[in-house]
Write a protein that binds this ligand. Sequence first.
Ligand code: ARG
Length: 463
Amino acid sequence: MSDKEIKNKTWGGRFTESTDAFVEEFTASVSFDQRMYAHDIAGSQAHARMLAKIDILSEQECASILTALDEIQQEIETGQFAWRVDLEDVHMNIEARLVEKIGEPGKKLHTGRSRNDQVATDIRLYLRAQCDTIDAELKRLQNAILGIAEQESDTLMPGFTHLQVAQVITVGHHMMAWFEMLTRDRSRLADCRARLNSMPLGSAALAGTPFPLDRQYVAEQLGFDTLSRNSLDAVSDRDFAIEFCSFAAILLMHMSRMSEELVLWASQQFEFIELPDRFCTGSSIMPQKKNPDVPELVRGKSGRVFGHLVSLLTLMKSQVLAYNKDNQEDKEPLFDTIDTVKGCLRVYADMVPHVQFKHQQLALAVNKGYATATDLADYLVSKGVAFRDAHEIVGRAVRIAIDQGKELAELDLAEYQALSTVIGEDVYAVLSAAGSAQSKNLVGGTCPDQVQQQISAARASLD
Ligand code: ARG
């Protein structure tokens, strides 16, 4: 093996034989970390400007580095850049091309820097941009949900516990429950973004560097809020990626619940909604089928996102300080989490505004299953009966109704009075689904006026 071939490597100096061909492939990350090229270049440009500021680079050297890096970005974006596996990762591919283009000044760029603080910076910059895109998509989905909530703010539907009819609610109220889940998800994402926005550059390999780097100047250029305070920690921890994946896992858990409801509601057993045809697919054998593939797939995709969270936790667990090559394994789970979250949000934000609620079916459903039984108990309490006794009396009324195949509103007054003399003609208002919803008039309740207030506040929070 000739000296020249070993020297092909950025770090070839101390080696006496070149890397095993499969090891080269096995240890490379360029196939997946190249997606951080723009952030790697931005980081290098900020570093170069700072090196010029502290007189490690001349103005001329700095200018040629900046221009060449711009050109490299162009080459990458126009598909002209030749990524090389033997150059291992995105960082060394770009640096090698820089040296190839401009020679000596290119070789000075890595002064006071290591790939360890470089990669820790790149991932943060990349993820920070993704957080912003994802937050915008979350907001778009919230807007879509709010649109349905507004349209259906007083549409009655059965609310469930144990998937058994429980009490009357409104579709608007149900939609606002989804909205609340996403509000908390956005707040988790914002926390994650705030915590990751601290700059590792200046940590170098693990201990810092003897050069008097102006870290603040680099951070300002890259939009970092703070400088990392401990170089060992800054180059080694991937807790910010774990935190993002944990945000994503909770979001997908929420979206899987929404999905499950859409799947149920679209079924012939519920018939609460119609999903738009363009978001469904058919069966190759059963001509009548219209399958809710989008919500099913989103429900299914929660699995891989949960898996990525566990992958990253396991990857980080027990790692001694500081950087270890294990950390190269952070990228694929993180990137797939980002892609999956973006896909799920996009398809939901596109689909949700076109979900049609079937008012006739909902009206039938809300009047089945004794959804106003609790209202009857509350009515008895308002007439002076103790709640436990009221519960017992209503239980008997339900039993009678079941035996006769009737709803509670269909029992006559004499039957009610046989159960309790306090029951009067006014009981029928209480037994109506609309009256039931109307009566839950407190903050957070399902009364349409309350839901309207929730909706207005939510609208204001989005604008
Ligand atoms: N490709 C590497 C990674 O993703 C970059 C950092 C390499 N550092 C090192 N000392 N080998 O983690």
